[in-house]
Design a protein around this ligand. Structure first.
Ligand SMILES: [Zn+2]
Length: 336
């Protein structure tokens, strides 16, 4: 593999990664300008948790789960280690992997938590995917891969509604800073160290530039949902910040370091959590669209998002370059 693809000598990013440059030692600019993640610390998390504990009669917080590894670990830690009364919330994504659906049911049973599952009305998730996929295929662009499937970007309005309905003031997710490797950021012109307010304005400009190149995205039926997807994409998206005032939105792994071995071994042992057998990895297996996106990246960039994720793990000192190369070689096969 090493002989066929030119890669950074420190991480594993290949020469076709967006905006990559190598210095005379063969080290890439992603490595050269990398700043290690600064976690806010478990003490800060516990302080926040104690502040919200008992704020509602029935539940202390919502934990948003998908059946994937990080959110499963988040609910285990919050419920078992911190003793919070958790309301588990799950968006019933029509593309959920069957094993992820089983994980969700087991989490409910093992932790004895109440679980609320909700869906988008009608066939909205599928309709948006079909329409945006058609637009994408008319002019394939790596930058727009994340916008092709919007269903999961529309769920924060409902999660916040559920919090208010139950008088809950804290929503916890398994968000992981290591995962912020999307090459679409580079391709949309969002700099790697953009602060949050810069991030969303640069992101909007990048999306508008892409739409101007491909009018098929400006479909009358789906455009409003695309805009909502931008506004509600995640706990820090503009409308979630605006309408979520008074609601603490916490990503576990912004506070405590993400330790892959601990995450996977604890959820397997304590929640009987399962993922597909090797060669599939445990990362992002929970939604079947993940495989489609990998295919779209391979068509447009000739590389996988996993190469970005594992490269970041190398820069954080979590795995060696050799292990990362072995994993990418093993996991690169798509599950058709
Ligand atoms: Zn590098």
């Amino acid at each position: 593999m090493e002989t066929s693809v030119k890669r950074c000598r420190k991480c594993i990013l290949p020469a076709n990664a967006p905006n990559i440059r190598f210095d005379r030692h063969g080290i890439c600019n992603y490595c050269d300008t990398y700043r290690r993640i600064e976690y806010q610390g478990e003490d800060a998390l516990l302080e926040l948790i104690d502040h919200h504990r008992g704020s509602s009669r029935c539940y202390d917080c919502i934990v948003n789960i998908s059946g994937g590894r990080d959110s499963s670990y988040a609910i285990l830690k919050i419920s078992k280690n911190y003793g919070m009364k958790v309301l588990a919330v799950n968006y019933k994504n029509p593309y959920t992997h069957p094993l992820a659906a089983e994980n969700i049911a087991r989490i409910r049973d093992v932790l004895k938590v109440d679980l609320v599952q909700f869906q988008l009305r009608g066939n909205l998730h599928r309709t948006l995917l079909q329409s945006n996929l058609r637009a994408w295929y008319a002019n394939p662009s790596a930058a727009m891969v994340p916008m092709v499937c919007l269903g999961c970007k529309l769920i924060w309005a409902e999660i916040m509604r559920l919090a208010r309905q139950h008088g809950i003031s804290m929503i916890i997710s398994g968000g992981n800073l290591l995962e912020q490797v999307g090459f679409w950021r580079e391709l949309l012109g969002v700099s790697r160290d953009a602060r949050i307010h810069q991030f969303y304005s640069l992101y909007a400009v990048g999306l508008l530039r892409e739409a101007a190149r491909n009018f098929k995205y400006l479909n009358r039926k789906t455009l409003i949902h695309t805009i909502r997807g931008y506004c509600y994409a995640n706990p820090n998206a503009p409308f979630v910040r605006l309408s979520g005032r008074g609601l603490a939105r916490v990503d576990l792994f912004h506070f405590v370091p993400w330790d892959e071995t601990e995450v996977v071994s604890r959820i397997e042992e304590e929640l009987e959590w399962r993922s597909p057998p090797p060669p599939s990895g445990t990362w992002r297996f929970d939604c079947k669209i993940g495989q489609l996106k990998e295919y779209m990246y391979s068509l447009t960039l000739g590389m996988s998002e996993k190469e970005g994720f594992y490269s970041r793990m190398i820069r954080e000192g979590l795995i060696s370059r050799e292990v990362a190369l072995r994993r990418v070689a093993r996991e690169s096969r798509l599950d058709w």
